[in-house]
Design a protein around this ligand. Sequence first.
Ligand code: ZN
Length: 274
Amino acid sequence: MSIKKRCQEIVASMLSKTRLLYLPPLFSRKPSLRIINYHWTPMEERSSLEQHFETITQHYCSLDQNGLRAFLQGKHRDPRNPIIISFDDGFRNNLEVASPLLEEYGLTGWFFVIGKAGYSDGHIVEGNLNTRYCMSWDELNLLRSKGHVIGCHTMNHVDLGSIDHSVLHHELVASRQLIESEIGQSVLSFAYPYGTVNSFSKASMEMINATYEFAFHSFSSAIRPGHHPQALGRICVESGWSKDILQLRLNGFLDFRYRTPRNRFFRMLNETIQ
Ligand SMILES: [Zn+2]
């Protein structure tokens, strides 16, 4: 375990013992939405993932797309704070490990998948995502049939800040059309691949805004009613974390680290979309 992770464990465990970790934030205006994002959810991390979902069920209310729309419009009525549980890249162990747990705890998952030919059919991802098994279209349809949300994560898992603008349509619009034709359902949500300060551009923001209702980036923050639906910040989490670390991050610990890219994203979005 890294020193950074160990420090987080110590802080989380101290706060957990005093019960401070699970107290609602005293000075924040309610309601406040948090969005978490998993990637790989292996079977050996099933029990820690179950503890995450157990904690989430006790303290939060999970949203689907209608719930998100209502929340942003100030119409969230549940007394618990809302949460969105998302998964990027379409890994098969999301279906095998995470999905049954989500259903057991009555939670909605948001699965952001890549349209690349061969990706969803070939079952194996190589290169920058290492060699990992991914869901086939049939498997993705199984997830959809269980009521989970399917979103788009580009066609080829490209960094939108560095690709040629001539291929943006393929990555952002053709990918949506392909996923919709495979699952027989509208795709309203998009998640930016990678989470760096340069993983977006004005041209990509413009096209995403014209194509999708909701867009998610990776610069975590609390989201309140009235927040821009094209700038939804997620917390990157891991299924192997303790539930105390998860709660620490849900409380906003380390949000400050994402301030610079988050502000840059907002500035660029405001300059792009009037
Ligand atoms: Zn990704």
